[in-house]
Design a protein around this ligand. Sequence first.
Ligand code: ADP
Ligand code: F6P
Length: 324
Amino acid sequence: MADQVKTIGVLTSGGDAPGMNAAIRAVVRKALAHGLKVKGIYQGYRGLLNEEIVDMTARDVSDTISKGGTILYTARCSEFRTPEGQNKGAEICRRHGIDGLVVIGGDGSFAGAQQLAARGINTIGVPGTIDLDIACTEYTIGFDTAVNTAMDAIDKVRDTSTSHERCSIIEVMGRNAGYIALWCGIANGAEEVLLPELYDYNEQKLIDNIIDSRKKGKKHFIVINAEGIGHSTSMARRIEAATGMETRATILGYMQRGGSPTCKDRVYASMMGAYAADLLAEGKSNRVVGYRNGEFTDFDIDEALSMQKSISDYMVRVSRAMAI
Ligand code: ADP
Ligand code: F6P
């Protein structure tokens, strides 16, 4: 077990996600309850290397739980990928008296956290990404809000798509993962969901499916396309040419990362932030907080980063069965 910490830092890194503020708030307040001092680090690892570090009190996180984005800002930082950047980061932590650190972000951010832990800073990762693509956990901060935002937007596109008897290709975020697409596929009753994990680039199959469904009386056709496949605009042009059905592409984009977090994101992010502060107070390091089988838990970062996650076959089959 690592040494007891006295002062902890907290930062958000990678893409922002609704609920990150709830996690920051919980880290700050639970750490203060443990008698620890807390420092906020702005702009992720970039802010760490630029020493954008401030003291945080319980009042600094007042009125933040309902806010989207991250009050600590976030960034991507190529310098921190180098051993020199990581040494500098650990040295800056020591200079500011930061002996424990909570990193809220995705797998990339955890790889950075692992390097700081190896350099003697007790570090804990908290999964913050709308993509749900972190293998050790069934929940990541922001997914629930993002998928609800996407679902509402897709409902609206469906209304106009139905009125015009069109085909709509709607592209959702998720980097290389198809979780947002699959959940929307089921929640929005899409006729087709294209997932990066399974896509075989056989567009003819999709075209045949559209032609066939028109013959069976379907007046409109919703395709949810995952960002990892992309090219929705050119796909729409090809589908229109091949099927004769008017086809439009809508790329939902960054709206999916914004907005006030849902109840689930507020509660789970609060639990995970508090859990991370507890781990640091117990002297733990190199851990990632996760949620599995109905429980909040934690994993060694090395182990967490080596895990693989696959899309649920059963969810895919249900989504297809609903589309008849
Ligand atoms: P996410 O955390 O959402 O996966 P990124 O992959 O962009 O987002 O990573 C966020 C930041 O974490 C990067 O800009 C970089 O500073 C740091 N990072 C990513 N990968 C590594 C790595 N292998 N080693 C050290 N730091 C890393
Ligand atoms: O990881 C969250 C995410 O929104 C992905 O879905 C997307 O691929 C990526 O971030 C976009 O990142 P950026 O903000 O750098 O354009």
